[in-house]
Design a protein. Structure first.
Length: 593
């Protein structure tokens, strides 16, 4: 065997779906191998490319074989070689350490041992088949919700389990789990970025994670759920106190509570904005004439739907923190924020204040058992509403109102240079993580500004959010020869999803080629955001993509807005078409090592 420097290594990369993960493994491990002075040849198993197996000569000269993934294809060819088997979850986070561990722990491989291990594993999998029920829910309830559900269902079936997934999307629960299915389940997976009611799963083993994990690491999610799920009682389920250690801060903390509020507020914003836009059909100031249809539409949209935005936001932030006892004090605090002029910033503060006060009362106020039942309907609403209201009136309201007013004045009075810079920033943020925390932060900022009648940032945000998915569709059309058939089909779906303002349509491409897709998408989003702000585009409804154009006055000016989307999408699509490696190139790299 050679020393660590100058070693000849072969990497066999596989993944259960045969698409993106194999390439991510190769992209992460090859530079790490080069840094160690190793010569590495790649054999990447994917349904998107023709397989280029390593040669018998390369295997004969190899000092080490590293297999990452679910299985070892054609195992007998590695008989007598030093072999190390690893998992994707080990290889991707710290590739350098993984390679050194592989060198240290590898052992001489015999196909007989592999066959015995495979047989034992298959028998264990069959004997350990579980009945799994799951729920997926993301803040907007459009893309991640359903993509995560599909990934979990596919992974569960692939692992030999019986699985049913309920989606809680923008149109409510679909494929709803029955009481009989829940009762028969061995395990419950809640892959939710917003709070959902877990009380119906009380007494079951529950594992909580995010929709992103369920989508991108579906098999790992199920594996972790099988080993880490914990039984939750009614009280624990109501307080969301179990399984928190399995999730990151992003999944269980401030981020989740905020997005729960945004999720419930969103229908108010969309309905209200479109109704206001419809009132403008009769003239920009037609609503001022009482008794007219324009006035009625404005009362419904602006006077009622928009008036409920901030209270609903605050109420459901508090609900995410303290469950149902938090709703009343949260909405009261949110209404005070709206009346005091503190807007969405005040509403966010009111929601968190009400939620944590209500939670504190629930946990720390002890009452005699004879009156304990009064706590949720009398004590908690009274105390939490009183404290939240007084703090909002005497401490928070006025300073936050001044901050929001200054922000509104700044945004409305921006010169073209500042407007373009803001558009570039918001556009790039929307395309950075394709529906992740940065994308949601920009989106929440734009939605919140609608309450103060500031519509330009939301226009730039939605336009830029369409760019990555549309751009990937354009790229697969413009450079067909560089994409496999499966990718071209994915490009068609991505294009349609982009038109609907579903940024996540670009995820399959970003997962496979992040170092090209993400930067070119961000640049295209920045171009779109800049043009949108430059032409002064205004958007009344924060969702719907280009189909909102069917509502008169929902977007103005229409031509300038469309030009912004087209320019950014072409920049992204044609840019990636040029940067994308041809189909033959990865195979050449694999053969050359």
């Amino acid at each position: 065997m050679s020393t660590s420097t100058g070693m000849n290594v072969i990497l066999i990369a596989t993944c259960h779906s045969g698409t993106a993960t194999s390439y991510l493994i190769a992209e992460r491990l090859k530079p790490a191998a080069q840094a160690l002075g190793w010569q590495m040849e790649l054999e990447v198993h994917s349904s998107l490319e023709r397989l280029a197996p390593v040669s018998a000569e390369a295997i004969a000269n190899a000092d080490l074989i590293i297999a990452v993934g679910d299985h070892l294809p054609d195992a007998q060819r590695f008989s007598g070689k030093r072999l190390y088997r690893g998992q994707t979850s080990q290889a991707l986070p710290q590739p350098g350490e993984f390679l050194q561990q592989a060198q240290h722990d590898a052992s001489v491989f015999t196909p007989l041992n592999e066959e015995v291990q495979t047989s034992v594993a298959a028998a264990a999998s069959s004997a350990g088949a579980q009945r799994i029920v799951a729920v997926t829910a993301c803040p907007t309830g459009v893309a991640h919700t359903f993509m995560a559900a599909e990934a979990l269902a596919e992974a569960g079936r692939g692992l030999g389990h019986e699985i049913r997934v309920e989606t809680q999307g923008s149109v409510g629960a679909q494929d709803k789990l029955t009481d009989e299915e829940i009762a028969a389940a061995d395990l419950v997976i809640l892959a939710c970025d917003i709070e959902v009611d877990p009380s119906r799963f009380a007494g079951k083993r529950i594992y909580r994670t995010s929709t992103g994990n369920a989508l991108k690491k579906s098999r790992q999610t199920i594996g972790s759920a099988l080993t880490e799920a914990q039984v939750e009682s009614d009280a624990q389920a109501g307080a969301k106190a179990s399984s928190e250690g399995a999730r990151s801060f992003k999944d269980k903390g401030v981020y989740k509570h905020l997005l729960t509020g945004v999720s419930f507020m969103l229908p108010m914003v969309v309905a209200g904005g479109l109704l206001i836009a419809l009132s403008f059909v009769f003239g920009i100031e037609a609503f001022k004439e009482q008794g007219t249809l324009a006035a009625a539409l404005m009362d419904i949209g602006g006077g009622t739907a928009f008036a409920l935005m901030v209270p609903v936001l605050a109420g459901y932030i508090a609900y995410s923190i303290a469950d149902r006892p938090g709703i009343a004090p949260g909405m009261i605090g949110g209404m005070l924020a709206a009346n005091l002029g503190a807007g969405f910033i005040g509403g966010i503060i009111a929601g968190f204040l009400a939620g944590y006060v209500a939670k504190a009362v629930i946990h720390y106020v002890r009452l005699p058992s004879s009156v304990e039942s009064l706590k949720p309907i009398l004590i908690v609403p009274l105390v939490a509403s009183l404290i939240t209201g007084l703090v909002m009136i005497y401490v928070v309201g006025e300073p936050v109102a001044r901050i929001l007013s200054a922000l509104t004045v700044f945004l409305e009075g921006m010169g073209s240079t500042n407007a373009v810079l803001l558009g570039i920033l918001l556009g790039a943020m929307m395309c950075f993580d394709l529906g992740g925390p940065v994308n949601k932060a920009a989106y929440t900022f734009g939605v919140g500004l609608l309450a103060s009648e500031t519509y330009a940032p939301m226009a730039a945000i939605m336009a830029a959010g369409m760019v990555p998915a549309i751009g990937m569709g354009i790229a697969t059309f413009a450079a067909r020869s560089k994409f496999a058939q499966a990718e071209r089909e994915a490009g068609k779906a991505s294009f349609v999803l982009g038109l609907c303002f579903i940024t996540e349509g670009a995820i399959p491409f970003a997962a496979r080629d992040p170092l090209r897709v993400i930067p070119v998408s961000m640049l295209g989003g920045a171009v779109t955001g800049a043009i949108s702000m430059l032409v002064g585009a205004k958007l009344m409804a924060p969702h719907g993509g280009v189909f909102v154009l069917l509502i008169p006055n929902a977007i103005t000016p229409v031509v300038g807005y469309l030009l912004a989307i087209i320019a950014g999408s072409l920049f992204t699509g044609l840019g990636y078409a040029m940067l994308k490696r041809r189909e033959a190139e990865p195979m050449a790299v694999m053969q050359s090592g």
